[in-house]
Design a protein around this ligand. Structure first.
Ligand SMILES: Nc1nc2c(ncn2[C@@H]2O[C@H](COP(=O)(O)OP(=O)(O)OP(=O)(O)O)[C@@H](O)[C@H]2O)c(=O)[nH]1
Ligand SMILES: [Mg+2]
Length: 538
């Protein structure tokens, strides 16, 4: 336990609290052994064979759930429980409860193929390895030990019997058939984007009465081993008192690669009305139709946009292009059309028409030019506003905090024109931390928006803006260091989303974060496989 905490702390230091990739070795439970027993009653010393069967081993299922956001709670080795052993007087062993691995929505599951070095050998292969180098006689002995339970003291006697040899051959054929079936089933590949709706499925309308409801545990990943058979099964005309029972079979062992799809590379976090939606529209060149309005909680759902970088830099960014409130823009667009219709008719006022045109943002026209080559692209999410106590589900609550987690980098957006933007920043950071410790560690930049509102009239206001920005930077320097051990702080960039000012710098920095995060994920994958090489043997 202590060791685990230590490694966790180390991982956090390296900024790896949120894992997006993981290899999981699944071992379904082994079946319970059958029992060799004979019924005993007063006056009836030689009763019939009465050993019960073993129960089936635990099968392993994958259940996608919206309550998780990372793979960090998924264990690296998942073992299903063994089935219960059979008992005397025909008591069968209990079937083991299913083992359920819960994974977040958006997990992609791939079974590692046979030749993948990261795959763990299964029970069958390990057993074969142990037999290597043994002479045929010992080999056979080991194999039979694994297959059979004998009545105490009767092993040698059993092995001589023709009926036993016949049963042994049949069991061997069955083992091979199971193995072939598992191999032929093909590799597991699942894209778990939807939650398993009802954990309990409806009973089939035609099902006979009295059947239990079938439970829906998710997707079957590895089948538990069948239980062994009790000695009554080996009763035959020539052997009226069978003194053997079979052992439970091995469960299926598979190695899976789980990967949590990233929702977006960059997620914006800010208080209501800070200008997040305006910023996303500006960064995507107006291609994202996110609602913008001058009141809180305009955005109710997250919106994902794509920022594109062409050979000549950021595509769609025009310095000074205006992104106003959407209602106003639409109104103006409509008005613009009317004016043009009127002007065309009259042939007058063309000057005012042109000036008007400039103000009409062409957000409805695609500024996407497919002929431009694309060097890089990343996705960015506009999220609903975050307020104090959001982590306790106030405001729009924390449902969207979950999706914020599934991004490579977080970017705070604060309103520079408000009285104390640093206080806003403190609240945002604390809310993230309260929701999940370590979450604010993914934040990389602070965008101080609405910089145009300060210093618009020159003079005193400009001074005021400088002072505010300096104070904000001070706050960041003392309170918001990156956890990379190099003492870097978060970047602070004053911009105006509405008037597209200083956004090129924002894009450049974001490209840096995204590249860094993506290479880190790739590196982590490499580490993970080497870790397994030396850490798996048990
Ligand atoms: N002057 C100025 N106003 C801005 C700027 N950016 C956004 N605004 C205005 O601020 C208001 C809020 O903008 P939104 O983009 O809707 O803000 P939001 O953060 O998405 O708000 P919620 O969705 O409610 O969380 C609108 O009236 C915008 O026009 C800016 O750079 N300068
Ligand atoms: Mg918004």
């Amino acid at each position: 336990m202590r060791r685990r905490r230590k490694t966790d702390a180390k991982r956090r230091q390296r900024g790896e609290t949120f894992m997006d990739q993981r290899i999981v070795h699944v071992r379904a439970g082994v079946g319970g052994d059958g029992c060799v027993a004979f019924h005993r009653e007063k006056w009836k010393p030689m009763g019939p064979p009465s050993g019960g069967n073993g129960g089936a081993g635990s099968s392993v299922y994958l259940l996608p759930t919206p309550h998780l956001t990372t793979l960090s709670s998924v264990r690296r080795i998942v073992k299903g429980a063994p089935g219960g052993t059979g008992g005397g007087t025909w008591r069968n062993g209990k079937d083991a409860e299913p083992t359920i691995i819960r994974v977040p929505l958006g997990t992609v599951v791939r079974q590692l193929p046979f030749d993948d070095p990261r795959r763990a050998k299964d029970a069958w292969e390990r057993f074969e390895e142990r037999l290597e180098g043994l002479d045929p006689e010992e080999r056979l002995k080991k194999i039979r030990e694994r297959r059979w339970v004998h009545y105490p003291g009767f092993e040698d006697d059993n092995l001589q019997r023709e009926t036993f040899k016949e049963a042994d051959r049949m069991l061997a054929a069955e083992e091979r058939a199971i193995r072939m079936r598992r191999l032929r089933r093909g590799l597991i590949h699942l894209d778990l984007d939807k939650a398993v709706e009802t954990p309990e499925t409806e009973r089939d309308a035609d099902a006979p009465l009295g059947l239990p409801r079938t439970k829906n545990w998710g997707y079957l990943i590895a089948e538990g081993g069948a239980g062994g058979l009790g000695n009554p099964h080996f009763l035959s005309k020539t052997n009226r008192s069978p003194k053997t029972a079979s052992r439970g079979m091995d469960g299926e062992w598979v190695s899976l690669e789980l990967e949590l799809k990233i929702l977006a590379d960059v997620a914006l976090v800010g208080m209501p009305n800070a200008g997040k939606s305006t910023l996303v529209r500006a960064l995507t060149g107006g291609r994202v139709k996110s609602e913008v309005a001058g009141w809180a909680f305009t955005t109710l759902n997250r919106v994902v946009g794509v920022v594109r970088i062409g050979p000549n830099g950021w595509v769609g960014g025009e310095e000074g292009k205006v992104y106003d409130e959407t209602a106003l823009e639409q109104g103006r667009l409509r008005e613009g059309m009317d004016v043009r219709g009127y002007v065309d008719g009259e042939g007058e006022n063309s000057a005012s028409d042109a000036s008007h045109q400039e103000q009409v943002p062409d957000s409805d026209r695609p500024s996407y030019d497919s002929t431009i080559g694309e060097k890089f692209r990343f996705t960015i999410t506009d999220n609903p506003g975050l307020i104090e106590h959001a982590s306790e589900n106030k405001g729009l609550g924390h449902s969207f905090l979950r999706s914020i987690e599934r991004s490579h980098a977080l970017v705070y957006v604060v309103d520079l024109s408000c009285d104390a933007p640093w206080e806003e920043l403190r609240v945002l950071r604390d809310e993230l931390e309260k929701y999940r410790e370590g979450m604010s560690g993914k934040a990389r930049m602070i965008i101080a928006n609405k910089a145009d509102l300060l210093g618009a009239d020159g003079g005193e206001d400009v001074e005021e803006a400088r002072r505010k920005l300096a104070r904000l930077e001070d706050f960041v320097k003392t309170e918001m260091r990156l956890e990379d051990g190099e003492g870097r702080t978060l970047d602070v960039v004053p911009v105006s989303a509405k008037y597209s000012m200083n956004l090129r710098k924002v894009v450049d920095l974001m490209v840096g974060y995204v590249e860094e995060a993506r290479s880190k994920v790739a590196l982590q994958e490499d580490n993970e496989s080497s870790l397994l090489q030396d850490g798996f043997e048990d």
